[in-house]
Every structure is written in structure tokens, then in C-alpha cells.
Design a protein around this ligand. Structure first.
Ligand SMILES: *Cc1c(COP(=O)(O)O)cnc(C)c1O
Length: 355
């Protein structure tokens, strides 16, 4: 039976990425070696890094003055690398979920943190709108897509101070005005590649301003200067990321990804709103296009386990909600086809008809 992969991360990748990675495991770029065993200093791999950086810049329309680097440690390591490199006097954070909370917690190790607003009062079911970004902060940190709760900031905010964004789960899902950000980072395992790679897009003139000494590996300038090859990077994962970027470009770039993502999200949210058995969990205006959260409607709570079992029997994978929300979460990343969303909708309708 066909499986529909709604996993929140690591998650579905384009078939092209999976197949071409498999080929390179047998023979990478005509070297007669597996990509599992090539040197990261080989000219063939250096070409991979260069093309990956070039496609990041092209697809996201990254202006002059920004660097793209690949590092390890996941987005969670960036939670402390960001303040390490940027926090001198104080930082400002918007708290829209657990990832934002974790990021703010790490920043407090480096200096004062001003929480400008939080939606914790309603279990992060909305994005706070009325807040003032302190003009004396070194930077303002946001999480653009809240993977666990299913809310998303779909506009590029205006900020009087450098805007820093964790875009782990919505990078490349829509065009972004990078010039409005000082730094964008994320784990690659949601929309780009298998687990093991972290990307950072940074405006270079923000670096080198803090007075604390920076360990070599923490200092973004190390990785910029060495083209992400200061130490051994995750070779295979960078190659897979390149394949996904090539696929995206061939499909029509991020504008086309956005068009598809809008259509997929609309299809599923419309069904959630129409189906008497289900109800969405977040404010409608803040609904995420990447992670769609829903629970059984009041009066039908007892059907949750039965629906989970039914959906599984129809090939749905990874729709169990995060433990802090419950219910269901369908992640609709770039590589997920509309047909998979239609299959989930069919499943919800069939279940409704039999109850
Ligand atoms: C998954 C995720 C993280 C954590 O990423 P790791 O690479 O596992 O550290 C952080 N922020 C957001 C928004 C995420 O979706």
C-alpha cells in the first residue's frame, strides 16, 4: 500500500533526492567511490558545497553582504551560537512555542533577555500581534513556524534591530525578503535534507562586534572564511540538500513551492472546518501551512484512537499530534504531494460517513 508521509521531521523528501542520494552511495560524481567514503577536501565535494551555497542564494534571492554556512549541532545548537555571536547588551525574544522558549533560555546565559510577547497563556495557539521591539536590543529573535503547535508568521516583520529567525520548519516554503533579516538559521531535516545539517544565513556586518572571546567553532566567521570546510561537515547530507535544491529550482523555485503549499494547506483546513468530527487547534489567521494541527471535535473525543487506527490502515504515516497538543498533526512540507493531502481528506470523510 502507498504510504503518505506526514512526519514532522525528519520528514518526506523529494523522490529525486532519495534516488540520486542512493546512486551517489554507489558512485559519487564519477569518482568510482561512494559518497560515504570521499574526502570533504576533494574537488568534487567542494563543487557540491559551492553549488549548494549558490542555490541557497539564488532560490532565496539572498542579497549581497550575506553569507550562507553549513554547520552541525542542529537548530538547538544555534540557540546558543546566536547569542554567543550577537548578544552584547540585551536581546529580545518573541515566545510562540517550545522552540522559542528553548532559544530564549540559552540566550539568558549570555545577557539580559526581554520577552516582548508570549502566547503561552493559550498554549501557543496564536501569534502575538501587539508588541514593541526594543530599539536598544542587539537583535530580535522569532520562530517563523511553530512546528509543534501549527502556527506560522507568514510575513517578514519590520524590526528596528536585526531580526533573527529560526526557520527550521518553513525555510524554502515561500519567498522570503532576506534583506529584512540579520540572521536566519534552521535544521535541514524538515524541508531540505536528512537529519544532520544546520544552515545559517547571516549578514556579515553583524559579526565581530561582541566583546567576549568566541571559541573557533562557535564563531560564524570561521565557517564563512573556510567555506563551511573548517572541519569535516556532514558530506552526504549536504549532497542530499543540494539535490533537494536542484529539484526545487527545476519545479519552479520557492514561488511554486508556496503555490503548492497554499493549495495543500487550504484543502486540509477546509476539510477540518467542514467535517463535524474534527476541529482545528489554533487561531485561523495564524494557521501554519507546514504543520496542520487538529483534534476530535467536542463530543467525539472518544473516537481519537479509532481514527488514528483507521488512518494508519489507509497508509497515513506520522499524523499523531505532539504530546503537548494531542490529537493530530499533518506536516505538509514541500515534498509532500497534493495527492497525499487528498488521501488524508478522503480518509476523514470516509470516517465521518461511518460515524
Ligand atoms: C525541529 C525544530 C528545532 C530543533 O531542531 P534540531 O535540529 O533538532 O535541533 C528547532 N526549531 C524549530 C522551529 C524546529 O521545527
Amino acid at each position: 500500500m502507498k504510504k503518505h508521509n506526514f512526519n514532522p521531521g525528519p520528514s518526506i523528501l523529494p523522490q529525486y533526492t532519495v534516488e540520486e542520494t542512493a546512486k551517489a552511495i554507489h558512485d559519487f560524481a564519477g569518482t568510482g567511490l561512494s559518497i560515504l567514503e570521499v574526502s570533504h577536501r576533494s574537488k568534487e565535494f567542494e563543487a557540491v558545497v559551492n553549488e549548494t551555497v549558490a542555490l541557497f542564494k539564488e532560490l532565496l534571492n539572498i542579497p549581497e553582504g550575506y553569507a550562507v554556512i553549513f554547520v552541525g549541532g542542529g537548530a538547538s545548537t544555534q540557540f546558543f551560537h546566536v547569542p554567543y555571536n550577537l548578544l552584547e547588551k540585551k536581546a529580545a525574544y518573541l515566545i510562540t512555542g517550545q522552540w522559542a522558549q528553548k532559544a530564549a533560555k540559552e540566550a539568558k546565559l549570555f545577557g539580559p533577555v526581554e520577552v516582548v510577547a508570549s502566547s503561552e497563556d493559550k498554549n501557543f495557539t496564536y501569534i502575538p500581534k501587539d508588541f514593541t521591539i526594543p530599539a536598544d536590543a542587539d537583535y530580535f529573535h522569532i520562530t517563523t513556524n511553530n512546528t509543534i503547535y501549527g502556527t506560522e508568521i507568514l510575513t517578514d516583520l519590520d524590526s528596528p534591530v536585526p531580526l533573527v529567525a529560526d526557520m527550521s520548519s518553513d525555510i524554502f516554503s515561500r519567498p522570503v525578503d532576506v534583506s529584512k533579516y540579520g540572521l536566519i538559521y534552521g535544521g535541514a531535516q524538515k524541508n531540505l535534507a536528512p537529519a544532520g545539517l544546520t544552515f545559517v544565513i547571516v549578514r556579515e556586518d553583524l559579526l565581530g562586534k561582541v566583546s567576549r572571546p568566541l571559541p573557533t567553532m562557535v564563531d560564524y566567521r570561521t565557517h564563512i572564511k573556510n567555506n563551511s570546510l573548517y572541519n569535516t561537515p556532514p558530506v552526504v547530507i549536504i549532497y542530499s540538500a543540494l539535490l533537494t535544491l536542484r529539484w526545487m529550482k527545476e519545479q519552479g523555485g520557492v514561488a511554486e513551492m508556496e503555490r503548492r503549499n497554499k493549495a495543500k494547506a487550504e484543502l486540509l483546513y477546509n476539510e477540518i472546518d467542514r467535517n463535524k468530527l474534527f476541529v482545528g487547534t489554533v487561531a485561523k489567521e495564524d494557521r501554519s501551512r507546514m504543520n496542520v494541527c487538529f483534534v476530535m471535535a467536542p463530543g467525539y473525543e472518544q473516537l481519537e484512537a479509532e481514527f488514528a487506527e483507521f488512518a494508519k490502515s489507509k497508509g497515513m504515516v506520522g499524523i499523531k499530534g505532539h504530546r503537548s497538543v494531542g490529537g493530530f498533526r499533518a506536516s505538509l512540507y514541500n515534498a509532500l504531494p497534493l495527492e497525499s493531502v487528498q488521501a488524508l481528506v478522503d480518509c476523514m470523510q470516509e470516517f465521518e460517513a461511518s460515524h
